[in-house]
Design a protein around this ligand. Structure first.
Ligand SMILES: [Fe+2]
Length: 131
């Protein structure tokens, strides 16, 4: 049974706009689990993966604008770029039939939870302190 993501305050970075975007990323990830459950393989999966790729891009751009002045901005940007590369690779593997959708969903879920609570949390705390 897949474990989907439920939003709670522990994920908040104390920025309402970014929290909303993170919630939407959770929704997109949960959609992948729903498709796994429904054993979907066709167009709906393709659309969900394209939607996820698009929104990750939009979200990272929005987030990076907010901590441009952070002394470790480049490190955070690199983590985002690595995730984009990994996700693109996994999507290609899924399309080639060498990766199951649930593996892609698990990877996305685990990365999001870890990144939001550890990295984003820290950066937004640092920004709040320096303001
Ligand atoms: Fe981030």
């Amino acid at each position: 049974m897949p474990t989907t993501l439920a939003w709670s305050d522990e994920y908040s970075v104390n920025n309402a706009a970014i929290d909303e975007q993170h919630k939407y990323l959770f929704d997109l990830c949960n959609t992948l689990y729903k498709l796994v459950e429904q054993t979907e393989t066709g167009e709906s999966v393709k659309q969900a993966l394209l939607g996820l790729q698009d929104y990750i891009e939009i979200h990272f751009n929005a987030e990076e604008k907010l901590y441009k002045e952070h002394p470790m901005f480049a490190d955070h940007q690199e983590l985002h770029q690595d995730f984009v590369k990994q996700t693109n690779g996994y999507i290609a593997d899924y399309n080639n039939g060498t990766l199951r959708l649930i593996e892609l969903a698990d990877f996305t879920r685990d990365w999001l939870v870890n990144h939001i609570t550890v990295i984003d949390g820290q950066y937004f705390r640092d920004i709040a302190k320096s303001e």
